[in-house]
Ligand binder design. Structure first.
Ligand code: NAD
Length: 276
């Protein structure tokens, strides 16, 4: 495939660009994932809570691609945190996907007020040791949550998947990850396609390179070293979003995008999400 890999801290290779399927209904996921696989995507990002692990798995099976060429990520939902519940939830996800192993399993949210992410992660370590998961990681963890995991468990997370786009650039968290050998994976890399793709600075850079604003934003992530998982169900956009490996942004472009940071989240704050 045309997407270069990054090497995770345990030596596993992960494509730097994958296909996200949040908000894609199960019966549409099969078609969307099939379109993505045809376009050259080899990494798929789903989650138990997305309700589309079955559709995703059907597309994978129907593709006829060798399993080892694919990189499949799924995530443990909040209600299933805790050691035993995690083992059960993983089994359910694996069955829905129709797979023998997943490449990356993530704790979807830390839920610090429930204080179960350390036990949850210990179940991840067991599943990893049993060969059912190639790399284990987390999502939406703040550095303080990662510090605690690293102190109380033995496998440093391979990945932290966080909200990251030009309006929320996460500089401090990216630096923390780099210091710990944790890969930064950007969710909502296109800012959910809302105002971001109309920002004049991004539109101007797109014109300059004869590319689309979405391609410019994805290219910015790639040059920063982020893993990205843009979502679309539109075939032309699915193709457009992977076609970002044959041009480069220059220093002036990168500086103009850096200037767009507003520390503005589209999603919940991990420090408080899940508090009841
Ligand atoms: P995104 O930033 O990928 O934006 C997707 C939207 O942008 C599309 O629905 C469409 O409206 C638009 N779009 C896509 N391609 C376009 C193009 N080429 N031109 C114009 N518009 C385009 O948003 P997302 O789906 O929120 O995030 C991507 C993935 O990240 C998700 O599918 C999911 O896999 C993951 N995610 C994870 C979490 C988490 O908590 N871990 C949270 C949200 C999303």
């Amino acid at each position: 495939s045309q997407v270069p890999p990054i090497i995770l801290n345990n030596g596993v290779e992960m494509p730097q660009l994958g296909f996200g399927v949040w908000q894609v209904p199960d019966d549409e996921a099969e078609t969307a994932v099939a379109t993505a696989l045809e376009a050259g995507y080899r990494s798929i990002d789903t989650a138990a809570i997305y309700g589309n692990e079955e559709g995703t798995g059907k597309a994978i099976a129907a593709s006829g691609l060798p399993r080892e060429e694919l990189f499949v990520t799924t995530k443990l939902w909040n209600d299933d945190q805790g050691y035993d519940a995690t083992l059960r939830a993983f089994e359910t996800s694996l069955a829905k996907l129709g797979l023998e192993y997943v490449d990356l399993y993530l704790i979807h949210w830390p839920l610090p007020s429930q204080d179960r992410y350390v036990d949850t992660y210990k179940a991840f370590e067991k599943l990893h040791a049993d060969g059912l998961i190639r790399a284990i990681g987390v999502s939406n963890f703040l550095p303080e949550h990662l510090d605690r995991l690293i102190a109380e468990t033995s496998v440093v997370p391979a990945v932290n998947q966080i909200e990251l786009h030009p309006h929320l650039q996460q500089r401090a968290v990216r630096e923390y990850h780099a210091g710990q050998g944790i890969a930064t994976e950007a969710w909502s890399p296109l800012g959910q396609g809302k105002g971001l793709l109309e920002v004049p600075a991004i539109v101007a850079i797109a014109r300059k390179h004869d590319r689309t604003p979405a391609q410019v934003v994805l290219r910015w992530h790639i040059q920063l070293g982020n893993v990205v998982i843009p979502k679309s169900v539109t075939p032309s956009r699915i193709k457009e979003n992977i076609d970002v490996f044959d041009f480069s942004l220059d220093d002036e472009d990168l500086a103009a995008i850096s200037a767009l940071n507003e520390d503005r989240r589209l999603g919940p704050d991990p420090a408080t999400f899940g508090k009841d």
